[in-house]
Ligand binder design. Structure first.
Ligand code: GDP
Length: 225
């Protein structure tokens, strides 16, 4: 990837007992893309998907310690685009357009599906997908579709059960166990964690997962050299 940000890479490559989000705090808006030819090439990236209002922007903002970051994706004209954030020259975070189609025209749903499948199938840099769900009602129809796409495209998936601060700890655990069980029973594969953007619950776990994906992808790229 070209040096578009002028930032230096300090990606944590291990040796640290605890994950921290310093690396992700460097993220800044790079580009919005409405079709495959416009996606940035090279490097590696992790994407975030979720039903509208599930808490995707808040999760990205908490990860990056930047309240305004994913607001960019919510500005008019950008909500239906794939929004890329550069962490450094080699690493990106990607905010995928939100879903929730109860009241939208079929044509709009088809356009969303085309953009999503183009992105998931063609973006070589993609090393994992974080699927954001409200912990109080996870696994809606489109969440299942996302999990099935990950399975189909052999892409690692991580489910973030967010807004955990809204329910008691025991209920959080029950939701996590049920979600894990249903995913397993469906023959699909995803790690699942509890999260709260408000309280920063589970932030270390999310960072550890993203680091793991970036690292794994890095070693795969090294082997190809
Ligand atoms: P998006 O449409 O998926 O990007 O959702 P947002 O991040 O904009 O969140 C939707 C609403 O849920 C907003 O009012 C947020 O303040 C709220 N929200 C998001 N995450 C949390 C959380 O972890 N805890 C609580 N209590 N509210 C949250």
């Amino acid at each position: 990837m070209n040096n578009t940000t002028g930032k230096t890479s300090n990606h944590p490559q291990g040796n640290k007992p605890e994950a921290d989000n310093r690396f992700y705090r460097q993220a800044s808006f790079l580009i919005s893309a409405g079709k495959a030819g416009q996606f940035p090439q090279g490097g590696m990236e992790i994407a975030f998907a979720g039903r509208s209002n599930a808490g995707k922007s808040s999760a990205i903002n908490t990860l990056c310690d930047n309240k305004g970051l994913a607001r960019t994706s919510k500005t008019p004209g950008r909500t239906r685009l794939v929004n890329f954030f550069a962490i450094d020259d080699e690493h990106r975070l990607v905010d995928l357009p939100g879903y929730g189609f109860a009241r939208v025209p079929l044509q709009m749903k088809k356009e969303w599906e085309k953009l999503m499948t183009d992105y998931l199938s063609e973006q070589q840099a993609l090393c994992g997908l974080v699927i954001i769900m409200d912990i109080r009602h996870p696994l809606n129809e489109t969440d299942w579709q996302m999990l099935e796409w990950c399975h189909h495209y052999q892409l690692p998936a991580h489910v973030l059960l967010t807004k955990a601060d809204k329910i008691k700890r025991g209920v959080q655990q029950a939701s996590k166990l049920k979600t894990q069980k249903l995913i397993k029973e469906a023959g699909l594969d995803a790690s699942v964690q509890i999260f709260s953007a408000l309280k920063k619950t589970g932030l270390d776990q999310l960072v550890a997962k993203l680091d793991e994906w970036m690292k794994r992808s890095q070693s795969a790229a090294n082997k190809r050299k």
